[in-house]
Design a protein around this ligand. Structure first.
Ligand SMILES: NC(=O)c1ccc[n+]([C@@H]2O[C@H](COP(=O)([O-])OP(=O)(O)OC[C@H]3O[C@@H](n4cnc5c(N)ncnc54)[C@H](OP(=O)(O)O)[C@@H]3O)[C@@H](O)[C@H]2O)c1
Length: 346
């Protein structure tokens, strides 16, 4: 079927819920406690935080499917799942995600898988008459040398960071698909652009993790082995911003309650620090005082990445978990998961 024939109102009557499927009559802007929300990627760090936040808000338990139950790269299966369940809303928190090394060594996989997940879920939701969808972009998809702090309109204004270009291209396509479907068909599909996240359920894989969980792992290992020195990738000079994933989950549910959300909006703490400063904060949370050595043969990534959070703050959201508090909590969770042998990426 051609997309132009896929207007929700042309779906077969038996596939439509007359009360909620017609974008003309539906008020998709309001998330009701009874709304059925499909959280794609509910076992991931972001998806799991969204599920916890939904429970905290007293919302209906979400529709979920594990990767094994539903491979979102499989277009037919994804479209059939959405047509069968016809959720009121979809949150796209499924993606192939990784740090610099994982990204740069598999640019093709990151491009292919993320492009397929985005296209299959967004178009499948549209075909199923889903009126509202929130897609997860990332501040990694802004140009490498975007103005700092990065405003939303910096998107597509310059060359991308080469080490994660595949991931970025796929995410930009997903974000634009939401914007274009909103313009073309009137569905309320929009995106959030989180900064670097950390917290509950993070991935501590030695090669595939992001910088903050990698630091927690390194300093925890140094603490338990009594190592006096820790080697970190890169120069330690790049500046980065971090947001606890629970703050992001609050932001996502907040955005889903807006009548007219921005097509994409940054979600960050609004504060950055150097990797060296971050390492010192992690040492404080862990309780180590190791000497730091920087392996400058490893790539740094962009020199600075801080997002401009003026827009989301003006809408009424702000972060609540300061970095030192979030780090303390995350280190405690790391230790508990390690002891229980449930640490992700171990
Ligand atoms: N983490 C960050 O710092 C960060 C920052 C900005 C934006 N984001 C965005 O937030 C979203 C979620 O990231 P995250 O950190 O929560 O990642 P994550 O912890 O790796 O979770 C991703 C989830 O997606 C699932 N998934 C991957 N491929 C799938 C497929 N083909 N079919 C079905 N499920 C699939 C994974 O399941 P399996 O584990 O079973 O494969 C996992 O549950 C992503 O879009 C990411 O780009 C993350």
């Amino acid at each position: 079927m051609k997309p132009e024939t896929l207007k929700p109102e042309t779906l077969k009557p038996e596939t439509r819920n007359p009360e909620t499927r017609n974008p003309e009559t539906l008020k998709p802007e309001t998330l009701k406690p009874s709304s059925l929300i499909f959280v794609a990627g509910h076992r991931g760090m972001v998806g799991a935080a969204v599920v916890r936040e939904m429970a905290r808000l007293g919302l209906r338990p979400p529709l979920t499917a594990t990767h094994a139950e539903l491979d979102l790269i499989d277009q037919a299966a994804t479209h059939a799942f959405l047509a069968h369940h016809r959720p009121d809303c979809v949150i796209v928190a499924a993606a192939r995600v990784g740090g610099i090394e994982a990204n740069r060594s598999a640019l093709g996989t990151f491009l292919y898988e993320n492009m397929m997940i985005a296209a299959n879920v967004i178009h499948g939701a549209f075909k199923a008459g889903v009126p509202r969808l929130l897609f997860l972009g990332s501040t990694c998809i802004y140009p490498r040398l975007a103005p700092q702090p990065i405003p939303e309109d910096a998107l597509l204004s310059g060359p991308l960071e080469p080490t994660n270009e595949g991931y970025a291209l796929a995410k930009i396509a997903g974000l634009k698909l939401c914007q274009y479907y909103r313009q073309q068909y009137g569905v309320l599909y929009h995106s959030a652009m989180p900064t670097n996240l950390y917290g509950t359920g993070d991935n501590y894989h030695p090669e595939h993790s992001h910088v903050l969980p990698a630091l927690i792992r390194k300093f925890e290992e140094a603490r338990t082995t009594g190592a006096q020195e820790v080697t970190l990738w890169g120069s330690g000079k790049p500046r980065r911003e971090f947001l606890h994933v629970d703050d992001l989950a609050r932001a996502l549910l907040f955005l889903l309650q807006l009548d007219d959300p921005p097509d994409w909006v940054n979600v960050g703490s609004g504060e950055d620090l150097t990797i060296r400063e971050l390492a010192e904060q992690v040492q404080t949370a862990v309780g180590t005082r190791c000497a730091l050595r920087f392996d400058t043969s490893m790539p740094d990534g962009p020199p600075r990445k801080l997002c401009d959070t003026t827009l989301i703050r003006s809408l009424g959201w702000r972060p609540e978990i300061p970095l030192p508090d979030g780090l303390k909590r995350t280190v405690a969770e790391y230790r508990a998961e390690l002891a229980a042998d449930t640490l992700r990426g171990n």
